[in-house]
Write a protein of this length. Sequence first.
Length: 272
Amino acid sequence: MDPAPQAVGADGPTGVRSARLIARLDVKGANLIKGIHLEGLRVIGDPQTYATRYYEQGADELLYIDIVASLYGRNSLGDIVSRATRDVFVPLTVGGGLRSVDDVRAMLRAGADKVAINTAAIRRPELVTEIAERFGSQCMVLGIEAKRSSAGRWEAFTDNGREFTGLDVVEWARRGAELGAGEILLTSVDQEGTRKGMDISLIEAVSKVVSIPVIASGGVGSPQHVLDAFAHGADAIAMADMLHYNRTTLDAVRDVAHVAGLNVRRLPGTAA
């Protein structure tokens, strides 16, 4: 087993980098859904119910992805995000179908704090810079859907893992950071929904070439998988299946991370 990971993420008040725990909510229409390898989608329930639950469990952030938005050329999350802000008071990142500065502005007005851009950024990379310059780099999250193409190499995909791009993931991550992205949302399509652990080689490869935070997503099946990802360079972990199906809670993950020495946010009423 790897040694206990060191604290990573954005610098905290003590100078020790913090590790963020993020709940991911993939949405289709009005429903929270979940699949495997971003396919075989199953309806889970009302996104608001789950968002409130994860907020109460101490999620550092919530990540909403409209998984069919790019396919249909529209994003339907505005109402869902507006509703969430009534009961949820942590940062919200929203992705899927955002294609312009105007689209981003509308989502921020709905209550989002950050936007994740994948397909539109690949089609027109200068959009990354436009968003960063207009709203700040902290708002611009570069979404990357990665599939392994050969040993130590991954290709970036669009449209919820359906469309090839020919772009090397590591090089695209490096370029995205240079264009002004403030974070990278790195989803392993190969591991997504499998509960078999994250693609730590992918996480490590991307983390080594960028200085901005990397949010790792795809494959979390246990708290140990979270620790493994942090140990290999992730700054934040986005979890879905493990939480949606009540295999564990964010409270339990946070406790394990704290014991392992990670600088996770401690909640009111918990031991220091």
